[in-house]
Write a protein that binds this ligand. Structure first.
Ligand code: DC
Length: 228
């Protein structure tokens, strides 16, 4: 059967990775979370003091970026790929508040993006790939056969994130989450390099009123149409 590239972009906390992961699993494609790569680079900066007390040593980061090995290995227990940094599995270390607080600054450097985009494009050489992120349909795979741009109201996204965090036992404020989501939306859309925007040929999915099961059904229909 014809193999394609599926690019899923959109705002943060929209459920992109959930739908991308589930689709890839169902159709036997590789799933790549491109945000995890920027998170791994951020973790490296923290571990090596390139990022210290809110200051980034740009020169050291520039020198290091070409030597960093960020890749994915399939985890049989979770049935999904884990991100590895320089031969160490860092999947559990990249979702901390510390990494989340700094990743958008690291992801905004053009030389960081150039290095990550080159690795992402190499992963798509054989197609059969679902990748989610912010610039997948616009910059990484502008010729992807299927492009989806996901959005939902900030209030609904904040509520989903709040439910997710409180279910894990975290004490968080809904208001604080909503403010953070709005700030990240603005930062993602207004950065000078590869800002978040819907590709002209992307299909818009507003999942404000959809359940995860409904959106997966919708996505599978788009995939069936794309491979015909
Ligand atoms: O999807 P996420 O929240 O894990 O992404 C982490 C950060 O990386 C977020 O600040 C946006 C950025 N990112 C990006 O700039 N380009 C991508 N293709 C994916 C993520």
């Amino acid at each position: 059967m014809k193999k394609i590239i599926i690019a899923i972009d959109g705002f943060s906390s929209c459920g992109k990775s959930t739908m991308a992961k589930e689709l890839a699993h169902e159709i036997g494609y590789i799933y790549i979370d491109s945000g995890a790569m920027y998170r791994a680079v951020t973790l490296y900066c923290i571990q090596t003091d390139i990022l210290k007390e809110e200051t980034i040593d740009i020169q050291r980061l520039r020198e290091a970026i070409g030597t960093l090995k960020v890749c994915f290995h399939f985890n049989r227990e979770t049935d999904h790929p884990d991100v590895w940094l320089n031969d160490v599995n860092v999947e559990d270390k990249i979702r901390t508040m510390e990494v989340s607080a700094h990743v958008s600054k690291i992801a905004a450097f053009d030389f960081v993006r150039t290095a990550m985009v080159a690795q992402q494009q190499a992963m798509g050489r054989d197609k059969g790939l679902v990748m989610d992120g912010r610039d997948i349909g616009t910059v990484v795979f502008p010729h992807a056969e299927l492009k989806i741009f996901v959005t939902a109201s900030p209030e609904v996204r904040a509520r989903r994130r709040y439910d997710e965090l409180t279910a894990k036992g975290a004490t968080v404020s809904l208001e604080e989450i909503l403010t953070n989501i709005k700030e990240r939306d603005y930062a993602d859309q207004h950065r000078p390099v590869s800002p978040l925007r819907q590709a002209d040929d992307a299909i818009l999915l507003d999942n404000t009123h959809l359940t995860t099961a409904q959106q997966l059904e919708w996505l599978k229909e788009q995939y069936q149409q794309a491979i015909q």
